[in-house]
Design a protein. Structure first.
Length: 214
């Protein structure tokens, strides 16, 4: 299976989701995400403003902005930069809502919450094919703890992605949460990252269903 074939299959599944179950699916995702974030002493977080069939995490964003430094993507050519969350948001290209631009450069975050269309066997991201997150992540000072958000579980055990595709640490779907296989865990780049990989391993035991794990 090629990455493009896998992406097409995942998009078909996403577009076929029952609209009447969206509220409950999104609520489960938000509850799981907030439970996980409470485990980490982070200050800076990159989130996304949902569009279309992406999981609606706006309530989580509004909750976090009271106590954390919250950033959103801002389109910048073929990639994006991150800017602080400021209201009102403006609707831009592809129907994406963005804060106002900032002339200050931000390149340090502790956690990144990233929407995905699908993930492969090494928990690498399949997106819409524009490569914006793949171009953005190398601009960061250090790699953040990365949590993928998926409106429905669409995975393949094959490694269909490229080395430059963003790799996640955890994946959240309405069915639960899972992490990288231990054989795919890279050597931590910092003491913070090491502590958090260990904590995630203890809580979720990598690949266990979230509800069973806790």
């Amino acid at each position: 299976m090629s990455k493009s074939d896998f992406r097409a299959d995942c998009l078909k599944q996403l577009k076929g989701l029952n609209p009447s179950t969206k509220y409950s699916r999104d609520a489960r995702i938000r509850a799981t995400l907030e439970t996980i974030l409470r485990q980490f002493p982070f200050n800076r977080i990159l989130l996304f403003w949902p569009m279309g069939f992406e999981a609606d995490i706006r309530k989580t964003i509004k909750l976090l902005r009271h106590t954390k430094e919250v950033y959103l993507p801002f389109m910048d050519g073929v990639s994006f930069k991150m800017v602080p969350l400021r209201y009102p948001l403006e609707r831009k290209t592809f129907g994406i809502y963005e804060p106002r631009d900032s002339y200050r450069k931000y390149n340090l975050i502790d956690v990144a919450i990233v929407p995905v269309v699908g993930v492969d066997g090494s928990l690498r991201r399949v997106g819409f094919g524009k490569g914006m997150y793949d171009r953005f992540f190398p601009t960061l000072k250090t790699k953040p703890f990365t949590i993928f958000i998926q409106s429905c579980a669409c995975q393949t055990m094959q490694n269909v992605c490229d080395d430059y595709d963003v790799q996640g640490d955890l994946l959240i779907t309405p069915q639960g949460v899972q992490g990288m296989r231990k054989t795919n865990v890279r050597k931590p780049s910092s003491r913070w990252r090491s502590r958090h990989h260990q904590r995630v391993g203890r809580i979720f035991n990598f690949k266990k269903d979230y509800r069973r794990a806790i």
